[in-house]
Design a protein around this ligand. Structure first.
Ligand SMILES: *[C@@H]1O[C@H](CO)[C@@H](O)[C@H](O)[C@H]1NC(C)=O
Ligand SMILES: *[C@@H]1O[C@H](CO)[C@@H](O)[C@H](O)[C@H]1NC(C)=O
Ligand SMILES: *[C@@H]1O[C@H](CO)[C@@H](O)[C@H](O)[C@H]1NC(C)=O
Ligand SMILES: *[C@@H]1O[C@H](CO)[C@@H](O)[C@H](O)[C@H]1NC(C)=O
Ligand SMILES: *[C@@H]1O[C@H](CO)[C@@H](O)[C@H](O)[C@H]1NC(C)=O
Ligand SMILES: *[C@@H]1O[C@H](CO)[C@@H](O)[C@H](O)[C@H]1NC(C)=O
Length: 542
């Protein structure tokens, strides 16, 4: 075996002050020459930084994958202000355990799941902000997420009718109290679909086509019309247990997919129900929701919704229906029960879950659930995440901690078989809304009040390090940290992009000090110096 030892020429940031004046000494690398640099702005405190985009300027990354075997780059973002800083790998230097802080062994031969992708959600709130922007600014948001030089998102979640991040509570078939419409004669898409979601989705579809990518859309329902529910409300409550209602709700959902199809928008899949178990167990849940109990879920799926999907051509090979779509813990209660019923297997393709309970629950709850159902599903997908306020303020502009939490969560999920990670609202205002139920949260992109500029937060870059480089079809491979086994400050995950022969390793450094890491991929080794509080992507042509 022959080893190449390369030392990455990255100057260690010593003080945030340097960064505010200008970028770190940048090793001129071909890949970044054409890129627009982040226009850094300090938020509340000097360590909180955002990248500002306006109608005429927005940062991006023009990057060519290395072509020559052994050639590679490190792309870094850090608390100190690096954003997609590209450095070539150079300066071979021998170094071993003891002289490095850790060793990362990447084994392309040891394969796990295939990556499906990354993305965000076309909520009404995001749609309102983006469609009210001047055209060039709107284009910059879309390119930031879907463009070739942006995050290259290939997933998008689309709520089916109203949610909390809507300006009003609504369904597609709202009726006066006491009225019923089992045949759905009053069903129609809402102005929010026609004015916000459909135009933006079409623009995103156009963008991904320009670089031969594609967009996997999936729908999720929060609440059926109130008249289908026991408590006659969009908030919580159960479906009325009757054939008429089950039938009608199945058709209600199918109509959504068919209506979008009539606008040229084909869905890749959908979830059975958003946060059904959490709605049952969390009385403070004061917005659109449905307590779809697990028995009811089996009944509805096996006898109504599943057959309706098939009857409309949404067979499992063409339409990826996911169960779960709820938090760790909540999926553990619902999903194994649902999947213990053979009748639902013909319809269910995957398990979806949300990140929220990671605040207090071990990630192995996910593994526990996956282990019980893995023989009956094709994939696992993290389908919703955002930083919820708790006691903090909803939007903490420029927070690196929140970016780090994203990167850390993505790694924890990927190493537990998740095939991707889909964020929540693609854009919110500085309050973290609008949200008719005042359930404000943070987002990767925050739009200013008069919608003349927007701010890309550290969360945006944390997620983009994955969406941009862990491309769909890449295979996750073994990446093991040793030498410093006790070092909980460093986390890593790797994929093999087989179509082009690249290894990609994402390394999260939560430590306050820069670290030198030996990365070995097959017979090639690189020494990388990872910045303090950073996320680095190592791209290597094998
Ligand atoms: C837009 O951003 C660029 C880069 O930061 C800046 O030079 C320009 O003045 C901004 N334009 C407006 C109208 O603020
Ligand atoms: C609903 O549709 C069915 C089947 O087409 C029809 O028999 C029934 O009369 C309709 N009900 C109402 C209330 O329109
Ligand atoms: C996109 O795909 C088409 C068909 O596979 C191919 O002919 C074309 O060269 C591709 N374009 C780019 C930019 O990769
Ligand atoms: C709907 O049902 C739940 C319990 O199932 C209840 O707590 C909630 O308050 C109800 N909502 C309304 C508006 O009645
Ligand atoms: C629904 O009602 C039927 C019969 O009316 C009953 O057998 C079934 O257990 C009920 N299902 C649920 C989930 O309550
Ligand atoms: C992480 O950053 C710290 C602080 O600068 C540094 O000491 C450490 O070596 C870095 N870790 C890695 C793996 O590079």
């Amino acid at each position: 075996m022959k080893f190449f030892f390369l030392l990455v020429a990255v100057v260690v940031a010593t003080a945030a002050a340097i960064i505010l004046v200008g970028p770190l000494q940048h090793v001129a690398g071909k890949p970044s020459a054409a890129s627009n640099k982040c226009a850094l702005r300090t938020a509340e405190t000097p360590d909180k930084l955002v990248c500002v985009c306006n109608a005429t300027y927005c940062d991006n990354l023009v990057f060519d994958w290395p072509r020559n075997p052994g050639e590679g780059y490190l792309i870094q973002s850090s608390k100190s202000g690096l954003r997609f800083e590209v450095s070539p790998l150079e300066s071979p230097e021998f170094d071993w355990c003891g002289r490095v802080d850790g060793q990362l062994l990447v084994q392309p031969g040891r394969e796990y799941q295939s990556i499906l992708g990354f993305g965000g959600a076309f909520t009404d709130a995001a749609g309102l902000h983006v469609t009210s922007m001047p055209k060039p600014l709107r284009q910059n948001v879309l390119e930031s997420y879907y463009g070739e030089h942006g995050s290259q998102y290939n997933f998008a979640r689309v709520p089916i009718s109203g949610i909390d991040f809507s300006m009003r509570p609504y369904s597609y078939d709202d009726l006066p109290k006491g009225a019923k419409d089992y045949n759905l004669t009053h069903w129609s898409l809402a102005p929010e679909d026609l004015d916000y979601k459909i135009p933006l989705i079409k623009e995103a579809l156009e963008l991904v086509r320009t670089y031969n990518s594609s967009l996997k859309l999936f729908g999720s329902s929060w609440s059926p019309p109130a008249w289908m529910k026991e408590n006659d409300s969009l908030i919580r409550g159960r479906l009325i247990n009757s054939t008429q209602v089950y039938d009608s709700y199945a058709q209600y959902l199918i109509r959504f997919y068919n209506a979008y199809k009539s606008y040229g928008i084909d869905f890749w899949g959908g979830t059975l129900q958003n946060e059904a178990r959490t709605a049952e167990t969390y009385p403070q849940y004061a917005f659109n929701s449905l307590e779809l109990g697990k028995e009811q879920a089996v009944e509805f799926l096996a006898n109504y919704f599943g057959p309706a999907l098939v009857a409309n051509g949404y067979t499992k090979d063409k339409f990826k229906l996911m169960v779960g779509d709820d938090n760790l813990g909540a999926i553990n209660d619902q999903v194994p029960y649902i999947m213990s019923h053979k009748e639902v297997h013909p319809y269910v393709a995957g398990l979806a879950f949300h990140w929220y309970n990671h605040y207090f629950m071990p990630y192995d709850k996910l593994t526990e659930c996956v282990e019980q159902i893995k023989d009956h599903i094709e994939f696992v997908l993290m389908s919703e995440a955002c930083k919820e306020p708790g006691k903090e303020k909803p939007v903490d502009l420029g927070s690196w901690d929140r970016g780090e939490e994203y990167a850390s969560d993505i790694i924890e999920d990927l190493v537990r078989q998740s095939a991707g990670w889909v964020e929540w609202n693609m854009a919110l205002d500085e309050q973290g809304g609008p949200n008719w139920a005042s359930n404000w949260v943070d987002a990767a992109i925050i739009v200013n009040k008069d919608r003349t500029e927007f701010y890309k937060q550290p969360m945006y870059y944390a997620l983009a390090h994955f969406s941009r480089f862990f491309r769909p079809g890449s295979i996750r491979v073994d990446a093991t940290l040793d030498c410093a086994p006790g070092d909980k400050q460093v986390a890593a995950v790797a994929v093999h992009k087989k179509d082009t022969g690249h290894a990609v390793v994402n390394i999260l450094n939560k430590s306050d000090q820069a670290k030198k890491l030996l990365v070995k991929v097959e017979d090639r080794s690189k020494v990388v110096r990872v910045q303090a509080k950073s996320i680095g992507t190592l791209v290597l042509k094998l």
